[in-house]
Design a protein around this ligand. Structure first.
Ligand code: COA
Ligand code: MG
Length: 288
């Protein structure tokens, strides 16, 4: 399952779904949480449930963001959308792996009821939206077999800690959110699941998005949330390894394969050791 670009679509908007499904995203995340007003939750569940029944072949994975456990709505959301066609759930405001285990147990039950193979529905987590979640990021390791990715969010975390802002004047994250971003990256790497960067809110700033995506990829993120179809192409491009990167990675892998007993190699006057080999293997896996 490719998790480079993940486009959010409000669950109660069939119009945006039609537009979003042609955007070229790897994943569409139909939202039942904060993009849907409380008065529209029931309608949104019904719409998403219906959209899942469309059997037209898709080039993207169908995810649903359910409401968080403390709302009491999570299992009602799941009952409406766990059916053939669903590829994954995005869990917001998770406090740690215990929450994921509860959701996974409910998935076991619902998949069986829906006649789906056990484990079909994967889980991605917004892992930094509550203060306690920040202390539980290590709990995702070892990863639950359904877990495919971790992402982070700054808005709900800021509200939870009573911050008056989460950005510096130059637009960069303030320290509490830089920490959340970094710890999410480490947590995903430890669990060996995809680190997915948070959204870039200004959807009319393609240059800013591009710069920010390049930084994210440099740091190790392998994909990013989109909130507007116009952001998808930039995200796909920035997180795909360039032909030069692929060629270099292939060269490193080939060099080590040719000398299986070498831990360190000199190639064109540069030193390469096992971390370089691992990075090259990751690049090739991302390119595949
Ligand atoms: N998915 C699919 N289509 C979208 C879209 C999205 N996320 N965002 C915008 N569009 C569509 C619009 O409906 C519009 O369609 P049209 O040309 O047929 O009228 C077109 O793209 C251009 O939209 P635009 O006018 O630039 O933006 P907007 O003001 O209509 O919408 C937002 C702005 C922020 C409301 C919208 O982008 C959105 O709903 N984003 C997702 C929000 C979300 O799900 N948040 C939860 C996670 S943080
Ligand atoms: Mg939120």
């Amino acid at each position: 399952m490719r998790l480079r670009s993940l486009l959010f679509i409000p669950g109660d908007s069939e119009k945006k779904f039609a537009k979003g499904s042609a955007a070229g995203a790897d994943v569409l995340i139909l939202d039942l949480e904060d993009a849907v007003a409380p008065s529209r939750k029931i309608e949104a569940r019904a719409i998403v449930s219906r959209l899942l029944e469309d059997r037209t072949p898709r080039s993207w994975s169908f995810f649903v963001r359910v409401n968080p456990l403390d709302t009491g709505m999570t299992f009602t959301d799941m009952a409406a959308v766990v059916k053939p066609g669903l590829d994954g759930l995005l869990i917001p405001k998770a406090n740690g792996a215990q929450d994921i285990n509860r959701i996974a147990e409910e998935l076991d039950r619902l998949e069986q009821q829906a006649g789906m193979a056990l484990g079909t529905v994967k889980i991605a987590v917004v892992a930094t939206e509550t203060p306690i979640a920040m202390f539980n990021l290590g709990s995702y390791t070892p990863a639950h077999p359904r877990l495919v990715g971790l992402t982070w969010g700054a808005e709900d975390l800021a509200a939870a800690i009573g911050a008056t802002a989460n950005k510096e004047e130059d637009g960069s994250w303030t320290e509490p959110y830089r920490l959340a971003r970094s710890l999410c990256l480490y947590a995903a790497a430890a669990a060996d699941v995809a680190p997915i960067d948070t959204l870039y809110a200004n959807f009319r700033d393609p240059e800013g998005l591009e710069l920010d995506c390049r930084r994210a990829r440099r740091d190790g993120f392998t994909g990013r949330i989109a909130i507007h179809p116009d952001q998808v192409a930039t995200i796909n491009r920035c997180f795909a390894p360039s032909p030069e990167e692929i060629a270099e990675a292939q060269m490193i892998v080939d060099a080590f394969a040719a000398q299986p007993d070498a831990g360190t190699l000199g190639i064109n006057g540069k030193m390469y050791d096992i971390p370089h080999l691992k990075a090259a293997q990751k690049t090739l896996a991302n390119a595949a």
